[in-house]
Write a protein that binds this ligand. Structure first.
Ligand SMILES: [Zn+2]
Length: 192
């Protein structure tokens, strides 16, 4: 994975819910820590699923993080110390102005790792992730296991009845599905 890159690059970790994005992110943060690269870890303020200042993966490992609600706050935090790397989790919750800042950082020798969903529960791309993938140097698209047919899953299916694009939830509201099972589920919901 870590061939020799220049210092400033953008790495993206994406995929549906339950695909192990946080585990992969934590693994990479740990490598940065071992390499003694000063790293700022950001989470959006909106995400209160688990405790506030940690990224916790499903296998229980955790990393300390800071919460920010917009690009301005991330800039302020990043400039507060001599960081050499910026990690952003759940990037789909930030607005697209963040892309320009991330690009600027990478151009200036900062390693940026962005993690988040690529599609919403209706399989509509999150613009920030779609555009970031296009300008990034490395993309890892993970798969989950489809809860219906057990094949590889690249979609998040919402099981609770609400139409909000952003609806925070876990296994109570979402399940991983493959393309075909996702489609079947959407058709069934329409009929109901
Ligand atoms: Zn399936």
């Amino acid at each position: 994975m870590y061939r020799k890159y220049s210092d400033g690059i953008i790495e993206v970790i994406t995929g549906p819910m339950f695909s192990g994005k946080s585990e992969e992110l934590i693994k990479r943060i740990r490598i940065l820590y071992y390499a003694e690269i000063p790293t700022l870890v950001i989470k959006p303020k909106i995400d209160n699923r688990f405790s506030k200042n940690e990224i916790i993966s499903r296998n229980g490992t955790s990393i300390i993080s800071y919460s920010a609600s917009n690009t301005k706050e991330i800039k302020k935090l990043f400039q507060s110390k001599k960081y050499k790397a910026l990690v952003i989790d759940e990037i789909q919750f930030f607005d697209e102005s963040l892309i320009e800042y991330i690009d600027e950082l990478a151009n200036n020798g900062i390693r940026v790792i962005a993690c988040g969903l690529d599609q919403d529960y209706k399989r509509r791309p999150f613009n920030i992730m779609a555009n970031l993938m296009a300008i990034s140097d490395d993309v890892l698209k993970l798969k989950a296991v489809c809860l219906i047919c057990k094949n590889a899953a690249s979609c998040s299916f919402r099981t609770s009845a609400t139409d909000n694009t952003i609806e925070i939830g876990d296994t109570d509201k979402y399940e991983a599905r493959c393309r075909q099972c996702h489609q079947k589920g959407m058709k069934k919901n329409k009929k109901n």
